[in-house]
Structure formats: structure tokens, C-alpha cells
Design a protein around this ligand. Sequence first.
Ligand code: SF4
Length: 329
Amino acid sequence: MVDLLDLRNVSVQYETDSGTVYAVNDLNLSIGKKETLGLVGETGAGKTTTALAIMQLIQDPPGKITSGEILLEGQDLMNVKEKDMFNIRGNKISMIFQDPMTSLNPIMTVGDQIKEVIELHQDLSKEETIAKAEEMLELVGIQKERLNDYPHQFSGGMKQRVVIAMALACNPELIIADEPTTALDVTIQAQVLELMKELKDKYDTSMILITHDLGVVAEICDYVSVIYAGTIVEHASVEDLYNEPLHPYTRGLFDSIPSADEDVDKLKVIPGTTPDPSDLPTGCRFHPRCKHCMEICKYKFPEFREARPGHYVACHLYNEEGVENLDQQ
Ligand code: SF4
């Protein structure tokens, strides 16, 4: 499968009064056409910064993409001028932000907001723009008569549907959805996920779904990349990752999911907290929290290798043949 988007050794840093924040570090990630990739990790792991880097929306200063390539169908977005990037955003890549309350303008009708996206990116007449906005609203299950309503007249789930309609209005090739259901209650989350899945299949859109929720990934994704301290530590198909998580961090994420069959007093947690991105540990970034930590883990950054066919992991537990060296612990 030809990659639609390919991130190679991308690093993003922020200069702050208290020092340099290493938000994304030598990150590699790719997604093919029509695929859905889940980007999973804890808060502060660098998920949103990765999305903003792809969109070329890192605010400089204080942020900067310090190295790497971001290839969209072979074109490095790092070398694209801002006026051309303006056309790529919306037409080729769209983003759905976490909280529809903050991504919609409270003083504009939802119709005007959908129309604005269409006007900025497509050369349509006024009538065609209105018809397209109505079509998009109906597509996400909202009656077109509500085009003149304001965001406060919609529920949280409906607002997120409006945001999805805006993201799809120009039929982009890739949607980056940053925790699109986190701000919604559980039943609405399921409806919105189902809608996203339907629309993605209908339009053959690729999607990067940013989430901390492995349940959401299982629901909708083809592949998963697990991110820790700004670096991908594991990548596999959803099936392979759920059948055999290899990285101790990924295993910790699975272990911390409550089981419906087990009656336990306390949920399992990964000890410690995510590292301070301005003071990252040496060697494997996960070593202070890892129960399998070996001497080598403290000083040598583990290579990202294919431990099983199509299943990659960055961990010293796995040798070149992908054999787990648990006797080394
Ligand atoms: Fe744990 Fe070492 Fe693997 Fe890091 S490299 S996850 S510290 S075993």
C-alpha cells in the first residue's frame, strides 16, 4: 500500500522560560490511503503536537519543528509555503478538535461556519455553497433547517457532528481527529464514532485517530501506533497489537483497563508518571517505570525493530529475531 502520509524522524521542541521542552522526538509514523491509524498514549505524550506538526500549525515561537520530514503523497510539508499550506488544510487534510465547544464560533450560525470552509477552499456559486452546506449537515444527521441556528442551540453530540461536517466539507484525503469523543458522554460517543466510521468508508478518507482510549481504537482503527514521551514505541495492526502487545508500556495500558469479569478492589496502574518533557530520562524513556528494566535500558535508546511480521517495537527485550529476552531482566 502506498503511504498517503509519512513522518520521518520528526522532532518538535518548545522554548520556554524553564528550558527546552522536547515534545516530539524522532517520531516515525505512516498511514496508507483509506486506512485508519490510532495514535495512542497518555496525556502529554506528544499526540496533539504531532497532529499540529502535520498541519504545520506549531506556533513559532515558542514551538519549532527542529528536524524530520512530513511527506504527504511524497511532498514534504516542511518546504511548503504558508499560502500553499492554506490550500492543503481543508482540501487535503482536515482536523477535528477535541472539544466542539471551543472549535465552533459561538457568535456565528453553524451554517455560516460550514459555508465559510466551503467558500475558502472551493470555487462554488452562492447557491451551490448553501446547497453543499445543507447536504453536509444532513449527512451528519442534522436537519438542514437548522443551518441558521447558533452552536448554543445544539447539544454536545450535535456540535461535534457539525465539526465533522466542516471537516468533511471539502472531501479531504486525510482527517486527523484529536480525541473527537472525549468531551462527549458515553452513549453519544458511540454514535459519533459510528458516524465517523460510516463517513470515512463512504468517502474513502484516511484517518488518524488520536486517543488515550484503547476501546475506541478497537472500534474503528486498522493500525495502532503507541506513543510515549514523543516517540512511537510500538506499531502493529489492531489485531496483532490486541492479541500480543509487546512493549511493557502497551501491556501496562491494557492491564489498566478494568475487566467486566473480574471483581477487584483496585485497578492496576502503570507506576510513576509520564516523564517531564523538559527533562527526559536517558536510554529508554520508559525505563524509570518499567518492571523489566535492564542495565542497558538506562543508557541505550532501543531501536525500533520488526519483532513479528508487520509488528514493530522499540524495546531491548526483543533481539534482532524478535525473540523476547525475558531471561535478561
Ligand atoms: Fe523496559 Fe527496557 Fe524495554 Fe524500555 S527497553 S520498555 S526499560 S525493557
